[in-house]
Design a protein around this ligand. Structure first.
Ligand SMILES: [Zn+2]
Length: 336
């Protein structure tokens, strides 16, 4: 009897398990600590670092967590379950489930490139691949990581030299730590707003090598860079600050009009998701027989894969309009 998987609801009925469900359920796999992948489930299967982040971020009780180390495997009802690093943020995991010789890999959010704060991704072979396709359009090709880092550092250094406060807007978990690592490795002075500070401490506690963070007080110290979530831009502290330069870190930087939509001076295409070539690279490594796409450009990417000889379909059905078109930007929600 092959594996039973309902792609539309991301459910494995025989295990009574749902994958990253938005609503609380009895048993869920939570791929990582972003808010759009978490709900208050009765029992949560996750990686060890994600478990720590869930406890720190959402005060999840220890006895609700079923933690699985990267190298380990659990078997339940004849299903062999393993987690693999997804490279998205610290602790982010893909789940591989094998039953009667058939296997499923669910990626959650993932990235193929290396980063300072996420574990290096590992893509095991699987027969069925359920993958995220946030940046599943061919024009989403991010510049070289080194180039993005150089541009970020130049922006920050130039601002400091001009007596401006460089402010980087990033999700409090994930990209905030990544840009913090980029800036502090270059020995630049950084302060973190409270939510970024707390998540940076949580990430450090999982064993990721990051400098001891400094918490932003009531005033921004002169000659210092700030990292904060996007809503920080609406605070009087920033509004009253005359000499500043602001930047957003997002893969949507490659979309026209993004700078105006996000009301920042510049955008850097530093993403914690795979770009279009990265998505194709993942498919090649997993070498699946069937593919389901979810999030973002699901239909377009599935069409692209079918043109390349794969059996690939959007989990939302093929007639449904996509959530947003090529030139329309999504709201700045965490995790996208
Ligand atoms: Zn995410």
């Amino acid at each position: 009897m092959p594996i039973t998987f309902h792609p539309r609801s991301l459910t494995l009925p025989k295990l009574g398990m749902q994958l990253d469900p938005h609503r609380p359920c009895p048993f869920a796999f939570v791929s990582h600590g972003h808010a759009d992948h978490f709900a208050r489930h009765e029992k949560i299967l996750c990686s060890v670092p994600t478990g720590h982040i869930l406890r720190r971020r959402y005060s999840v009780a220890k006895d609700r967590l079923l933690l699985l180390d990267w190298e380990d495997q659990i078997t339940t009802d004849g299903h062999h379950i393993q987690l693999f690093p997804a490279g998205h943020i610290t602790g982010s995991a893909m789940i591989r489930i094998e039953h009667d010789g058939e296997s499923l890999l669910y990626t959650g959010d993932f990235k193929t490139r290396a980063s300072f704060t996420a574990e290096s991704p590992v893509f095991p072979q699987a027969d069925i691949l359920a993958m995220e396709t946030t940046f599943g359009l061919p024009h989403f090709v991010f510049p070289l990581t080194e180039k993005i880092h150089t541009n970020i550092l130049t922006f920050a250094k130039e601002g400091l030299e001009l007596g401006e406060t460089p402010i980087f807007y990033a999700y409090s978990l994930g990209k905030a730590q990544e840009v913090y690592a980029i800036l502090t490795r270059a020995k630049l002075p950084v302060v973190l707003n409270k939510s970024v500070y707390e998540m940076t401490q949580a990430v450090r506690e999982t064993g990721i090598n990051l400098a001891e963070p400094k918490l932003l007080g009531e005033a921004i110290p002169p000659g210092t860079i700030v990292i904060a979530p996007p809503n920080f831009g609406k605070t009087p502290l920033v509004k009253n600050l005359k000499a500043k330069r602001t930047a957003m870190l997002s893969g949507w930087a490659l979309t026209s009009g993004a700078k105006y939509r996000y009301r920042v001076d510049t955008l850097f295409p530093l993403s914690d998701h795979a770009d279009f070539p990265g998505l194709l690279e993942a498919v090649e490594k997993v070498a699946p027989k069937h593919i389901y796409t979810l999030h973002g450009s699901t239909r377009e990417f599935a069409t692209e894969l079918r043109a390349r000889g794969h059996d690939a379909w959007s989990i939302y059905g093929n007639d449904q309009l996509e959530l947003f078109g090529k030139e329309e930007l999504p709201n700045f929600t965490e995790g996208r």
